[in-house]
Design a protein. Structure first.
Length: 95
């Protein structure tokens, strides 16, 4: 886990956020971890940080995020956009 944390704090935080949602003993960590996920996502975007791990984190958020109560709070489309934008902007080979 140390390697993952050093390489991608965003992916590590997303994994911890997802795990806390499934573990009743860690339920109290869900909101603080989500706030940290959002702060790291903003940092990645504003600083132009791009990597495969960031794409993986967005895919995890997209797949495991519960549905929002209203469309104005739904972030799934923005996470899908970022999951597609990052590899395209890095010129990741398409085949």
């Amino acid at each position: 886990m140390r390697f993952l944390r050093d390489v991608s704090p965003f992916l590590t935080t997303v994994v911890a956020y997802q795990a806390a949602g499934f573990c009743p003993a860690s339920g109290h960590l869900v909101q603080p971890l989500f706030a940290h996920v959002m702060a790291l996502a903003e940092r990645n975007f504003s600083h132009g940080i791009k990597s495969l791990e960031i794409v993986q984190a967005y895919c995890l958020l997209l797949h495991w995020q519960p549905l929002a109560k209203s469309s104005s709070k739904d972030r799934q489309w923005s996470w899908l956009t970022m999951a597609l934008y990052v590899p395209l902007s890095c010129s990741v080979p398409r085949n």
